[in-house]
Design a protein around this ligand. Structure first.
Ligand code: ATP
Ligand code: MG
Length: 422
């Protein structure tokens, strides 16, 4: 990607209508565009980050044997009435509209009901279970406040997985597997140490649900963490009785602000009974299906990563999610400099490395500032000086000192074969 050809530009101006750091930085860096409060478009660089996160999540979901699909945004009133979740008194985030003939429709804010209704037509006997399906979908929610940038949108992308099991035991085994997969996801995006499996309020069926909370001041939740046990309790369920039950003691707990990036629920057989989803067991006896659901806020996670790693100069992406691994800053237009920078760009691209090539006619200081703002993990400078010395100037985003390195050292730090650079 040549920066001279990108329509999205960086800006030094902090957007006046944004109070959250993630939205300020992502807008300044040209990753997202604000349509209105809580509504953001993902521009090419932002989309790359989003796709990287989705692919990490997708790999883990596929590893569980879950099948990817995509449900509809438009929702039928009657279906949600069956579980008493249509009424605005019951669910306060609905966006609703109506068809030309006056039939009410809602916009999907979650998908348990439509998934159950859909799977009902495929499930008849124990042979059809268990089933796990998931999607990445834009959820629409009429949130009261939207001041946390992409961490709380009125339109946002969620990965939601739904599992239908034959009984409580089968459900629990899968629940634990998904929980482990979530932990791996947070490790892969660099948040392993900051993420805590958290006991939170449950649904109709179980006392607790489990949240995956990341410690950050940008979050809207308060949790109590036990760092040695690597678990936490959400303030909403925090009391003496719960602590006793979980074998936690107040002197081991630390109160912190956090952001909920994932939430997993055991619905038991409650939804199946409401929606009539039954299967015939080995004896031909009708049994209700057990439902568990597993949400993960993909765009919220991107916002949390942006906030968590940022410094005073801008974004700092972990390599696994960065929109590119390398930023090439070409200083000057001397033919030899242009030639070397172009060559490096082509060689790295051929070696399957994603590169942002700053080939613009602007001052070096502006290029360095943009490299920092965009948060690309490796910065390589090609200038008259490096051409004369026969070196590359290499710096990692999270270090201050640039180093002069040769092709071999550069290749090593990028994890590629030296041959690729020669
Ligand atoms: P919150 O308490 O933050 O409103 P929630 O309990 O409504 O979250 P769920 O309905 O369980 O969240 O949704 C699953 C995941 O989707 C959440 O863990 C979170 O990561 C994400 N999410 C929920 N609401 C939003 C939103 N408005 N914007 C961005 N992500 C969201
Ligand atoms: Mg909510």
């Amino acid at each position: 990607m040549r920066l001279s050809e990108q329509f999205a530009k960086t800006t030094k101006n902090v957007p006046a209508d944004e109070v959250s750091r993630n939205a300020q930085l992502l807008i300044q860096a040209g990753f997202i565009y604000r349509g209105m409060a809580g509504v953001y478009a993902y521009l090419p660089l932002g989309l790359r980050v989003l796709e990287n996160i989705k692919n990490i999540v997708r790999t883990e979901m596929n590893g569980l044997g879950a099948e990817e699909l995509i449900m509809t945004s438009l929702q039928r009133q009657e279906l949600w009435q069956e579980t008493d979740r249509w009424d605005d008194e019951k669910v306060d985030v609905w966006f609703k509209s109506q068809l030309k003939n006056g039939t009410p429709v809602g916009f999907g804010w979650s998908h348990e009901e439509p998934i159950m209704a859909m799977l009902k037509s495929y499930i008849a006997s124990y042979r059809d279970l268990p089933v796990a399906v998931y999607q990445f979908q834009t959820k629409l929610r009429n949130e009261l406040r939207a001041k946390s940038g992409i961490m709380r949108g009125r339109e946002f992308i969620m990965k939601d997985l739904y599992a239908l099991s034959k009984d409580e035991k089968e459900l629990q085994a899968f629940y634990d597997q998904v929980s482990d997969a979530y932990i791996r996801i947070f490790e892969k995006v660099g948040l392993g140490d900051a993420t805590f499996l958290t006991y939170a309020s449950g649904g109709a069926f179980t006392q607790f649900s489990h949240e995956f909370q990341v410690i950050t001041d940008a979050g809207e939740d308060i949790i109590y963490v036990d760092r040695s046990k690597k678990i936490a309790v959400n303030k909403e369920v925090y009391n003496d009785e719960v602590l006793k039950q979980l074998d936690l003691s107040t002197d081991q707990l630390e109160e912190v602000k956090s952001a909920e990036v994932g939430n997993i629920f055991n619905f038991g057989s409650s939804k199946s009974k409401q929606l009539g989803v039954y299967y015939a067991d080995h004896n031909g006896v009708e049994q209700p299906v057990y439902l568990s659901s597993y949400g993960l806020g993909v765009t919220r996670l991107m916002g949390v990563i942006a906030e968590f790693f940022a410094d005073d100069k801008g974004l700092v992406w972990p390599e696994n999610v960065a929109p590119a691994l390398v930023y090439i800053a070409r200083l000057g237009n001397q033919p030899e400099v242009v030639k070397q920078a172009d060559e490096l760009y082509i060689r790295l691209t051929d070696a399957a490395i994603q590169v942002l090539y700053d080939d613009r006619d602007i001052r070096p200081g502006e290029k360095f500032a943009d490299a920092d703002l965009l948060g690309i993990p490796h910065r390589i400078v090609i200038s008259e000086k490096t051409v004369q010395r026969g070196t590359f100037e290499w710096k990692k985003r999270d270090t201050t000192e640039a180093q002069q390195v040769n092709a071999e050292q550069l290749a090593k730090s990028l994890g590629i074969d030296t041959q690729a650079l020669l």
